[in-house]
Design a protein. Structure first.
Length: 149
C-alpha cells in the first residue's frame, strides 16, 4: 500500500546549441540516467532544493528560469514501492565555464560505487527517451522536444 509522497525536483539545462545536460548515476545497485536534481528535504522550498542539489551534484550555482512541469499522473517510486513520486521540473541556466566534467561516454565513473555520478551533454534532437530510466523524465523529454525543436 502506498503511504508516502516523495517529492523530487529537477533542473533542465539546455545550452545555446540545444544540447541538454543529463547525469548518469549509480545508486541502490542500479545504473541510470536522469536530469540533475533530487529529493526535497523537509523545511525547504522547491527552488531551494534544486539550488542545493545543483551545488551538491554540479558544484555550481544555477539560475532558475521558470517552472516547466509538475507530475500530473500517478507514479510509484522505482526504489520504494510504498512511495508515490511527485516530480517538479524547472528550466535553469548554468554559467560557462562549468565546475563539473562533461563525460564523453555513458557511466564514465571513476569507480563503480554507491553515489557515483558523471555528466553528459546530449543534443536535444538526438537524445531518445529510452536513454532515460524514469517514466516522468521520459515524458518531460518529449515535452521539451516538442517545445524547443
Amino acid at each position: 500500500m502506498i503511504n508516502k509522497f516523495n517529492v523530487r525536483v529537477y533542473g533542465l539545462f539546455i545550452n545555446k546549441k540545444k544540447e541538454i545536460l543529463i547525469i548518469d548515476e549509480y545508486r541502490n545497485g542500479f545504473k541510470f540516467t536522469k536530469f540533475p536534481g533530487g529529493g526535497l528535504e523537509f523545511g525547504e522550498g522547491t527552488i531551494e532544493c534544486l539550488e542545493r542539489e545543483c551545488m551538491e551534484e554540479l558544484n555550481q550555482e544555477v539560475r532558475i528560469l521558470s517552472h516547466f512541469y509538475t507530475t500530473d499522473f500517478f507514479q510509484q517510486s522505482a526504489f520504494n514501492k510504498k512511495e508515490q513520486l511527485i516530480s517538479i521540473y524547472y528550466l535553469m541556466d548554468i554559467e560557462d565555464p562549468y565546475n563539473f566534467k562533461i563525460a564523453e561516454k555513458e557511466f564514465d565513473f571513476k569507480e563503480l560505487k554507491e553515489g557515483a555520478e558523471s555528466f553528459r551533454i546530449k543534443s536535444l534532437e538526438k537524445i531518445q527517451t529510452d536513454e532515460l530510466m524514469f517514466p516522468i523524465d521520459k515524458k518531460v523529454l518529449l515535452m521539451l522536444k516538442e517545445k524547443m525543436l
